[in-house]
Design a protein. Structure first.
Length: 278
């Protein structure tokens, strides 16, 4: 009991003790010309000695970006362990679990080395998009009126890392080098939306079925690039676009084909469908 109390007292002194004791684990803060806060590892020079009276146990210790190590120790607390291994903390460094935590077997202790730097970079500024509805254009189609232009800016950041991983990034200054230009596009709102997914596959099937002629009507009862019959065309909403398949645009025929595909895949196109999947 007395040994444990002594160990806890030492740990508490490391957190809020005298200046001499605190310096054993926290060296004085230094500031350089580019506002970098770094930490250094220096041997313990304080007369304070760690409490090593506990039963020996194996714990895992990771310091900064170094590889974690399994070590055997008789230290009572996390603070005792750091003192015993002559590991010091910088002004922004921290430890998990806390310095006052009593060590247990298989415990993992991580010392986080915190570094803050300022960095100036040139970055792109994305452009905004203004959309204007157009009821004369089919849904799913767009027309570019004014192309967007990406801008650029010189930005200075304060970047904080803990063990090499960014934990905070704050922009300090921004200088716009090139203002972005907003894109203006017209968006179709007429009728049903188009679905031109798998356009490459449909192009292959059309080449096989009709020689790639999207408005063909040979009188054999099959129409358009994908050779729909009227029953299939109508049952899958083809009349959203045209009475007969060959009167619809390529995109409209593909839209109806995708509706059918969602139910039956490429099976309705037989060998041409299988060939397109190869």
């Amino acid at each position: 009991m007395n040994k444990t109390l002594i160990g806890l007292a030492l740990t508490l002194s490391l957190v809020g003790g005298t200046a001499t004791t605190a310096q054993a684990i926290i060296p004085p803060m230094t500031t350089d010309s580019i506002a970098v806060s770094t930490t250094t590892t220096t041997p313990v020079t304080s007369p304070v000695t760690p409490n090593l009276s506990a039963k020996a146990k194996v714990v895992t210790l990771k310091v900064g970006t170094a590889k974690a190590k399994r070590i055997k120790t008789r230290a009572v607390t996390v603070a005792d362990l750091l003192l015993a291994r002559q590991i010091t903390l910088g002004p922004d460094d921290y430890v998990k679990p806390a310095l006052t935590k009593v060590l247990k077997k298989k415990m993992r202790i991580t010392v986080y080395r915190v570094v803050t730097v300022t960095k100036t970079v040139t970055e792109k500024i994305p452009f905004a998009v203004t959309k204007i509805p157009n009821d004369q254009m089919r849904k799913g189609t767009i027309k570019v009126i004014t192309p967007g232009q990406v801008g650029s800016a010189e930005r200075t950041y304060s970047i904080t890392t803990a063990n090499g991983k960014v934990t905070a990034k704050v922009m300090l200054t921004e200088n716009i080098l090139l203002a972005p230009v907003t894109a203006v596009v017209e968006v179709g709102t007429k009728g049903k939306a188009l679905n031109t997914a798998r356009s490459k596959m449909w192009a292959k099937i059309a080449k096989c079925e009709s020689g790639g002629r999207w408005h063909i009507n040979t009188g054999n009862g099959y129409y358009g690039g994908l050779q729909f019959n009227l029953a299939t065309w109508r049952s899958h909403g083809g009349r959203d676009f045209a009475a007969k398949p060959h009167k619809a645009s390529k995109a409209e025929q593909i839209t109806v084909a995708n509706r059918l595909y969602a139910k039956r895949g490429v099976q309705p196109w037989g060998g041409c469908g299988k060939k397109a999947l190869r």
